[in-house]
Design a protein around this ligand. Structure first.
Ligand code: SAH
Length: 223
């Protein structure tokens, strides 16, 4: 990755990025680790060149295949929730790689990340970008992430970027004791939902948080 593209100019410069971080602070994001990682992650490189100038606006943007790169605020919020709740972050699962932007943020905060996406061209583009940027602690899989990735589990934390109508049981079952799942849930009205697995038990605590808008969790694979 050449240095100039990575550092960015004008609308992708560090100054522009810092304005986004300031805005996230104003919106209530307070975890410095999350803010630092977001300040140094080049979101513009996860977008098509024509949209790069909008990369540091706090908004979701199209990435093709009817999908969107998540809004920075929601990436920060979900990551902050995981960090505040999970007892450890050795092994983490992400459902819905998309552009790879959330993957980039998470991979710098956890030991090993597993990322599942159902649209092959998106997955391959994200994999290429993340590899070029040096994110080497990520493994990828093309599949319906509603079923998780059981072979690699259990996970200390699971983060989903697409909304099912109800929390998939498979994802709950792949949580380690004390593990945390952060996921948007609902069809017409979605809420960010946090599911925690109790230590030494099959019991789960469910907390319904703020209203959100995500793309739906779909089944099947697109090649
Ligand atoms: N965090 C990503 C969000 C992308 S949008 C980003 O910032 O770019 C959500 C993604 O979830 C889309 O890429 C969509 O294809 C994917 N998705 C939807 N249903 C899925 C499923 N069942 N399994 C895996 N990925 C899924």
């Amino acid at each position: 990755m050449d240095r100039l593209r990575h550092e960015g100019l004008g609308m992708t410069s560090q100054r522009t990025r810092n304005r986004l971080i300031q805005r996230l602070r104003e919106e209530g994001i307070s975890n410095e680790e999350v803010l630092n990682v977001m300040a140094s992650t080049p979101r513009h490189l996860f977008l098509d060149e024509a949209l790069a100038i909008r990369a540091y606006e706090d908004t979701a943007l199209p990435i093709g295949y009817g999908q969107t790169i998540s809004q920075p605020y929601i990436v920060a919020r979900m990551t902050e929730l995981l960090l505040s709740r999970a007892k450890s972050l050795h092994s983490v699962l992400e459902v819905g790689t998309g552009s790879g932007y959330q993957t980039a943020i998470l991979s710098r905060l956890v030991e090993q990340l597993y990322s599942v996406e159902r649209v092959e061209p998106l997955l391959e583009k994200a994999r290429k970008c993340l590899t070029e940027l040096g994110h080497h602690n990520v493994e990828y899989k093309l599949s319906n992430g509603g079923f998780g990735w059981p072979e690699k589990g259990p996970y200390d934390a699971i983060l989903a970027a697409a909304a099912p109508a109800v929390v998939p049981d498979e994802l709950k079952q792949q949580l380690a004791p004390d593990g945390v799942l952060v996921i948007p849930v609902g069809s017409e009205h979605q809420y960010l939902t946090m599911v925690t697995r109790r230590q030494d038990s099959d019991q789960f605590d469910v907390e319904k948080l703020e209203a959100v808008r995500f793309v739906p969790l779909l089944s099947g694979v697109v090649r």
